[in-house]
Ligand binder design. Structure first.
Ligand SMILES: Cc1ncc(COP(=O)(O)O)c(C=O)c1O
Length: 393
């Protein structure tokens, strides 16, 4: 029995080695402060759970969702949310599509847009879904390095023109995983110009738009004049409402791209359980997640101030759960992750897990299970201070 060759495009499990090291440290009976995974540790807000109970008890939610784009109540709620949050009006008939989590949409978009031999422009470092699905669809990728000196925005002028001419799709992601960077309206405007010039579809992954601090509000790519002509934006309820396990998100924007994705998906899935879609609609209409964000902000401050007291010069990210931490001299990313884990019992992710340009960094996540008030994060700082050999030369 032979599986499809396209599966060879799937890289070895990114966190394989880290997972093995983690298991070993746990087997030794040691406690780990886990700054690895980016998955909200707080529960989904109670009113959303109550709505799920209510809708799940209604037999009409138990059948196939036979709508075109997802439960109409959800699609309408997305339209209202976009108008309220971003001042962007969307046509609910053609510009919104329910997703079974944003990962599903980001993955299937490559299958909807990329033919064998086509090219996607992919940031590096980045969430690996963009690249792997482009490759599985038979495409190729050209990377757009995200560098500190460019505030982790791709330099569009550095994209070779042969790559730009061949590209059919460009993925971007702000607020950004893993760097924590945010985008400016000027950058988005440059992306629109670039995409129009080279006839490239843009996919803006906006999964972290609502994870922001200190009054910062992330912009939508759709606020950029002309964005709807070239692209779509993909959102998630996962990080906004602590709903990662529920699997619900949505795509909005260019009707042709939305139609292509909808058409592909109509032969793959049958949308989401309507009770989840309707609970998601309730969340979009009525809730925010300020309480959980306040806790994340507190952890961010403790971790950034703590690391800076050990010689780092980190800025506090305005958005996302992530600190993108340069490794001290003398370590590679993986070596530093090993030292953190073995010497201090602190788990971080090597930057190289997100691409070549992640070398020299580790990602620390602020979604720390078991942390009630920042004390686990403070403990991580103490352990690093007392146990890890750091010399800034
Ligand atoms: C940048 C980015 N996009 C999308 C996702 C997927 O989120 P979900 O599929 O839960 O909506 C993640 C999850 O970690 C992410 O980091």
């Amino acid at each position: 029995m032979q599986r499809a060759r396209r599966l060879n495009s799937i890289p070895p499990y990114l966190f394989g080695e880290v997972a093995r090291m983690k298991a070993k440290v746990i087997a030794e009976g040691r406690d780990i402060v886990d700054l690895g995974i980016g998955d909200p540790d707080q529960p989904t807000p109670q009113p959303i759970i109550d709505k799920l109970r209510e809708y799940a008890a209604k037999p009409e939610t138990h059948r196939y969702d036979e709508s075109d784009a997802g439960a109409p109540a959800f699609i309408d709620a997305v339209g209202r949310w976009y108008s309220r949050r971003f001042g962007v009006e969307l046509d609910t008939d053609s510009e919104i599509l329910l997703l079974i989590g944003s990962k599903e949409g980001l993955a299937h978009l490559a299958w909807a847009m990329i033919d064998p031999g086509d090219l996607s422009l992919i940031p590096d470092p980045a969430y690996t879904v963009y690249k792997v699905n482009t490759l599985m669809a038979g495409g190729e990728v050209a990377i757009m390095p995200l560098l500190a000196e460019n505030k982790f925005l791709p330099d569009l002028t550095a994209i070779p023109s042969d790559a730009a001419l061949r590209a059919k799709l460009m993925y971007i992601n702000y607020p950004n995983n893993p760097t924590g960077a945010v985008a400016t309206p000027e950058f988005f405007a440059n992306v629109v110009d670039f995409a129009k010039h080279y006839d490239i579809a843009v996919c803006h992954d906006c999964a972290y738009s609502e994870v922001s601090f200190d009054g910062y509000r992330a912009p939508s790519f759709m606020q950029t004049p002309g964005a709807k002509d070239v692209g779509v934006e993909i959102h998630s309820l996962s990080k906004t409402f602590n709903m990662t396990g529920w699997r619900i998100g949505f795509a909005v924007g260019n009707p042709d791209i939305i139609a292509a994705l909808r058409s592909l998906k109509s032969y793959i899935d049958s949308k989401q359980f309507a009770a989840i879609s309707l609970s998601g609609a309730y969340a979009l209409d009525h809730l925010n997640n300020d309480a959980a964000l306040e806790l994340i902000r507190r952890r961010r401050n403790i971790l950034v101030d703590g690391l800076n007291s050990l010689g780092w010069r980190l800025e506090k990210p305005k958005a996302t759960f992530y600190l993108w931490v340069p490794v001290p001299p003398g370590y590679s990313s993986v070596e530093f992750v090993k030292a953190l884990l073995q010497d201090a019992g602190v788990l971080a992710i090597p930057g190289t897990g997100y691409g070549t340009y992640g070398e020299g960094y580790v990602r620390m996540s602020l979604t720390v299970s078991g942390d009630v008030n920042g004390e686990r994060v403070a403990e991580a700082v103490r352990r690093i201070r007392d146990n890890v050999n750091i010399s800034w030369g």
